[in-house]
Design a protein around this ligand. Structure first.
Ligand SMILES: *[C@@H]1O[C@H](CO)[C@@H](O)[C@H](O)[C@H]1NC(C)=O
Ligand SMILES: *[C@@H]1O[C@H](CO)[C@@H](O)[C@H](O)[C@H]1NC(C)=O
Length: 299
């Protein structure tokens, strides 16, 4: 819910600054992602701080006729029966870090906050390696999935499960662990930290999560609530992310290559004001102005 209002703000801020929506929109999306992951108790366990290098906003869409789901929203079991598509949305400044790379995608159940994964074990609902990034920002699997999508079916009365998705950048030294290297490996539990270490995966560049509950029985465990992020801290975070995304390209000499943003769709399903092909590269100042504009409205 918060992510959506943040995006609306970012779009209006972007409208005032013409083509310059992209960097600020991505920065706000990343700040919101980060705040949602923290609020859901997914960081630092099972997603360790060390692994997070959020660079793209991850947008999930279940089935071909659905619409993108916003991070942190509640979904029903029937909404998620079809495998999702994974789309990355990123600023032109990040194109070189992501284009032409390969990725590992995992969809994992961390259980309900406070009662899930006490031993660090997550239920693996999907795992695939060697995803490629399309020009539309969609990730597609160039090799058969290790674990094919097994749609969420949380036990009745076990509370709202946090189903999270992570996209790892695969380096040249990526190596699938022997027990998770064969297509058709069925759903089972795994440790994210253990997998990342064994596979030489060091950077999660995009992440999201949805909450799914079967409330046909009453909850018996004591479940912690997930917390809505404070808007002021998200805005401050967006500012620093925007600065670092813009700063990353400043070292490239400031020449504007014809990079493209990952997609034209915002995660909430609204259409993006900027972010189309050949998006104009932003200076840090313009991005910060947009972020500060949004922050002012929030406060
Ligand atoms: C995080 O990603 C950026 C590219 O977006 C890269 O320049 C930076 O080195 C990465 N940080 C780490 C710690 O790997
Ligand atoms: C794979 O083996 C490692 C030990 O090398 C173990 O920690 C992990 O739990 C195993 N994963 C699965 C999915 O069986």
């Amino acid at each position: 819910m918060f992510a959506r209002s943040l995006l609306v703000l970012s779009l209006s801020a972007g409208a005032a600054l013409a083509q310059q929506a992209s960097l600020s929109q991505v920065a706000e999306g990343l700040a919101s992602t980060r705040a949602q992951l923290n609020g859901a108790g997914l960081v630092p366990n099972p997603i360790s701080e060390q692994l997070l290098n959020l660079t793209a906003v991850l947008s999930l869409q279940f089935g071909s006729s659905g619409s993108p789901v916003a991070i942190g929203t509640s979904q029903s079991v029937s909404d998620v029966t079809q495998a999702p598509s994974y789309r990355l949305e990123f600023a032109p400044e990040s194109a070189s870090a992501l284009s032409g790379k390969t990725f590992t995608v995992a969809f994992l159940d961390a259980g309900a906050a406070g009662v899930g994964n006490p031993d660090g074990l997550l239920t693996r609902h999907f795992l695939g390696n060697n995803f490629n990034l399309g020009s539309d920002g969609i990730l597609s699997n160039s090799t058969p999935a290790i674990t094919e999508y097994a749609s969420p079916a949380p036990a009745p009365g076990s509370g709202p499960h946090r189903y999270f998705q992570v996209v790892f950048l695969q380096g040249d030294d990526f190596r699938a662990p022997s027990n998770l290297s064969q297509p058709g490996t069925p759903l089972s539990t795994m440790s994210l930290a253990g997998y990342a270490q064994e596979a030489n995966l060091r950077q999660i560049v995009a992440a999201s999560y949805v909450s799914i509950e079967d409330n046909s029985a009453s909850v018996t465990d004591s479940i912690s609530s997930t917390q809505a992020p404070a808007s002021s801290s998200v805005a401050a975070l967006a500012t620093s992310i925007s600065r670092s995304l813009a700063g990353g390209s400043a070292t490239s000499g400031g020449s504007s290559s014809s990079t493209r943003s990952g997609s034209s769709g915002a995660p909430s399903g609204t259409s993006a004001a900027g972010g189309s092909n050949g998006a104009v590269k932003l200076g840090a100042g313009a991005g910060l102005l947009a972020v500060l504009g949004a922050a002012a409205v929030l406060l």
